[in-house]
Design a binder for this molecule. Sequence first.
Ligand SMILES: *[C@@H]1O[C@H](CO)[C@@H](O)[C@H](O)[C@H]1NC(C)=O
Ligand SMILES: *[C@@H]1O[C@H](CO)[C@@H](O)[C@H](O)[C@H]1NC(C)=O
Length: 264
Amino acid sequence: MPLPADRLLRHSVVTCLLLHSLVLMAFCFHHAATSCSKRCYCSESETWGKTVRCSSLRLTEVPQDIPNDTRRLYLDFNLLTTIPTNTFLELPLLSELDLSHNELVQLEPGAFQGLTESLQVLDLSSNKLMTLNPEAFAHIRARANLTYNPWHCDCNLQRVMPLLDLEPTSLAGIVCQTSEPEDVGAQGTPFLLAKDLDLCVVLKKTTDVAMLITMFGWFTMVISYLVYYVRHNQEDARRHLEYLKSLPSKQGRSEESSTISTVV
Ligand SMILES: *[C@@H]1O[C@H](CO)[C@@H](O)[C@H](O)[C@H]1NC(C)=O
Ligand SMILES: *[C@@H]1O[C@H](CO)[C@@H](O)[C@H](O)[C@H]1NC(C)=O
């Protein structure tokens, strides 16, 4: 009689164990999935913390599932064209970010928002950047590598670049591909190393010259109007005098002399 009950008990114990291990396995898989990005390779070390490598994956955007305790993130050799606002907002510990060898043409305002305190190294080399938006960098203090980009050197770039902490050994690699104005010899030179190259002064000079020409024009117009006015009035006065002279009466003559004295 007790046999079926015993069997039932054993059966339920086995089922329970099976279920339990299934739940455990699911939990483990879930944990593994959330602790590292699906497509990237993660590693952890005592000194560096978590490193996430997403290099050479033909990525066109930054993966959303980068763990929030990542300290080093490699996104080099991908196809990123822009860095949208707040891309790295959820990565408060990020200290090294490699975005080199992508197709970046721009960095949106607030692209590095949230990394103000943590980011130490930022590699933007070998991209398609021509200019920089100062609002993209808003207060980050990272050492930046900006070499091998087709820089369009103008007054804006000259003002923005010194705001960044640039890798000193990389300055020779920041070369102007085009420049504004064109004729100052900036093309092909590492313009941060060319001490006498001042693209803002040139701009100021041209605006000064324009101002001078405009002012000269106005001045000439005012003078010619004055000359015209005086001549015209002289003519009027002479005509008036002649008219008075032609009057025959004596009274007219005395009036004439008084008019002359007032005119003179
Ligand atoms: C990461 O996210 C988890 C869960 O939201 C949170 O508990 C943890 O504090 C975060 N870690 C960091 C470094 O922000
Ligand atoms: C800057 O980037 C260039 C190109 O990727 C690289 O050759 C160079 O070593 C980098 N410089 C530093 C100081 O990291």
